[in-house]
Design a protein around this ligand. Structure first.
Ligand SMILES: Nc1nc2c(ncn2[C@@H]2O[C@H](COP(=O)(O)OP(=O)(O)OP(=O)(O)O)[C@@H](O)[C@H]2O)c(=O)[nH]1
Ligand SMILES: [Zn+2]
Length: 293
């Protein structure tokens, strides 16, 4: 039996990448009986049914290192949050939610700001070095000019990385700059809507080289309130962890409690205020959703 990786799952077909060829497979009936649904990112054993037409059957799904549900994707190493410095300006609410989700699932994380050809980097210096201070690698790049692409390529090499970020920040352009052979369609958002098609609707895993894979995840959603308890949110704001042992109460949620070292760090400018606000909002959101459960 051969081995490959599912790069796309669509209408009951699994597209299996095996070195340079892609074999279109159905799933063996036994998988369904066992309750196994192959998903994008899975390493599988498969057999060829028609060599010429490159058709086959998935026989077995190899054990998953991890998996996420929205969108379905397995064996992921890291998340690259992609934003642009302008057109559109960075949405830090979204960024913090992506980081929270990635922390929860224990992925490595990188943050990338694209389109630096449009805006002075200094405009965002404070905030961006703030994320570096938390411990996230931050990349300033221009998919247009190629600035910063080399260090990003290093970050991606040898890993399976999902790109997460809003529409129009330049994810497709970035992938094309990194790996020109993919030739992903790009365009202005309005043009895409006019043409009535969104170029990246399903998750597709792109094989960049030997062990480097990139997932373009259009539906990468952030958390649902039901995914975690409000008391747990603080664990995933990494910069809180080093300081919270100084809070007066062990169970401090850093909200209204007296003697809170996190609130002090916010007023001292050690913790970014917008991060703290996003934290408060997420906690509130989870609490209020609960009432309706
Ligand atoms: N000036 C500038 N424009 C860029 C850069 N990268 C991308 N763009 C433009 O931004 C627009 C959106 O780029 P895409 O690559 O389609 O963005 P995307 O994130 O893939 O968007 P979706 O497919 O909707 O998710 C296009 O008009 C690109 O030409 C950049 O580094 N600089
Ligand atoms: Zn506290």
């Amino acid at each position: 039996m051969k081995e490959g990786r599912i790069i796309k799952a669509l209408s009951g077909f699994f597209y299996v990448q095996d070195n340079k060829s892609v074999v279109v497979c159905k799933g063996r009936g036994i998988l369904k009986k066992r309750g196994i649904t192959p998903i994008t990112g899975d390493w599988v054993k498969y057999s060829i049914i028609n060599e010429q037409l490159k058709e086959g059957v998935v026989e077995e799904v190899l054990p998953r290192k991890n998996e996420m549900l929205r969108p379905p994707l397995s064996n992921l190493d890291q998340i690259l949050a992609v934003f642009s410095v302008k057109e559109p300006i960075p949405n830090f609410v979204l960024l913090d939610r992506i980081l929270l989700r990635a922390e929860m699932q224990r992925y490595q994380i990188g943050v990338c700001f694209n389109k630096i050809d449009l805006e002075d980097k200094e405009t965002f210096d404070g905030i961006l070095s703030g994320y570096e201070k938390i411990g996230y690698p931050v990349f300033f790049i221009s998919a247009k000019s190629g600035d910063g692409i080399a260090s990003l390529r290093n970050f991606l090499a040898g890993n399976t990385t999902a790109l997460a970020g809003a529409s129009g920040v330049g994810k497709s352009s970035l992938i094309n700059k990194l790996y020109p052979s993919f030739e992903l369609k790009t365009g202005k958002i309005s043009e895409k809507i006019q043409r009535g098609k969104h170029t990246t609707r399903f998750t597709e895993l792109l094989w960049a080289d030997e062990d480097t894979w990139i997932a373009d995840t259009p539906g990468f959603s952030t958390l649902n309130a039901s995914d975690l308890k409000y008391e747990e949110v603080k664990r995933y704001f990494k910069e809180f962890l080093a300081l919270e042992s100084s809070c007066r109460f062990l169970s401090c949620l850093h909200l209204k409690e007296p003697g809170c070292s996190i609130k002090k760090a916010v007023s001292d400018g050690e913790i970014m205020e917008h991060r703290y606000k996003n934290y408060q909002n997420i906690v509130e959101e989870i609490k209020s959703d609960r009432r309706y459960c």
